[in-house]
Write a protein that binds this ligand. Structure first.
Ligand SMILES: [Zn+2]
Length: 267
């Protein structure tokens, strides 16, 4: 199973305050398939008891509703390691459409979503916690996504955070971490690449980063990878799916025409 049993350790290693709830490693609606990112929410409550709903659920939706709750003082409550019901319907490049719960970790930050201020300590923990998770999962800040960006159901959370600026800070934290264990030194090491040239790891990482982003742009459109204008605002996958659907409709129509003209169903 791919459940993030490392959540509490990774957040602590980032210097964050962590409360582990009893039984969190066994709580959830089944196991993760893999971990592709972080989905950022606000609780819409704003008080000290918001975590209860996240853990226990509502009358219409059984808990847990997210793996993590971020308190206003920057403390992370670790609620669950298994799948939680938080994403709903929506899409993001690289995530399965309408099925993100099995692939992304939900953070419910305590805020009423109606203009309550975001304390600096909470925002800082939000970014550092997201960076720690993404680094552990081998992902970049492009997979740190606001529910309002992912959702096709009109979500507004986390209100009113500018997710583009948020991702910029998260990426800097992923790259410059002191918790990643001497990465700066290792990046000066050299190796012989496939062309026979001696290069540093740092140079290789920069090229990989650049090329991965170019590939993602081809698949998902210009950053933040939400689709290409010449594909009607769709990503490559959505555009191909659309074309397939139209081909199916066309085949059905042709078969109906053939059947009507011969009196026999088409083969
Ligand atoms: Zn949400």
């Amino acid at each position: 199973m791919a459940d993030p049993l490392w959540l509490a350790d990774v957040l602590r290693a980032e210097g964050l305050k962590v409360i582990e709830h009893d039984g969190w490693k066994n709580r959830g609606h089944g196991d993760f398939l893999d971990i592709r990112g972080v989905l950022c929410h606000h609780t819409a409550g704003g008080g000290v008891n918001d975590w209860r709903v996240v853990q226990d659920g509502r009358s219409d939706l059984p808990g847990p509703l997210a793996q993590l709750v971020l308190e206003r003082d920057g403390t992370f409550r670790v609620i669950a390691a298994g799948v939680c019901w938080h994403a709903g319907r929506g899409s993001w490049p690289g995530w399965p459409t309408n099925n993100a719960n099995y692939h992304v970790i939900g953070i419910e930050a305590v805020n009423d979503g109606r203009g309550q201020e975001w304390p600096a300590v909470q925002l800082d923990a939000y970014k550092r916690g997201s960076a720690a998770i993404l680094r552990k999962a081998g992902r970049g800040a492009n997979d740190c996504v606001g529910h309002k960006e992912y959702s096709s159901e009109g979500k507004i959370d986390p209100f009113p955070i500018d997710m583009v600026a948020f991702r910029r800070d998260v990426q800097a934290l992923i790259t410059n971490s002191t918790a990643s264990g001497g990465a700066d030194v290792a990046l000066e090491e050299t190796f012989v690449n496939y062309r026979g040239n001696t290069v540093t790891l740092g140079t290789a990482v920069r090229f990989i980063d650049q090329h991965v982003n170019e590939i993602r742009e081809q698949l998902g459109g210009p950053k933040p990878f939400n689709g290409w204008p010449q594909l009607g605002g769709k990503t490559m996958v959505d555009a191909i799916a659309d074309t397939n659907r139209k081909l199916d409709d066309l085949t059905t129509a042709v078969n109906a025409l053939v059947a009507a003209s011969t009196g026999k169903p088409a083969a």
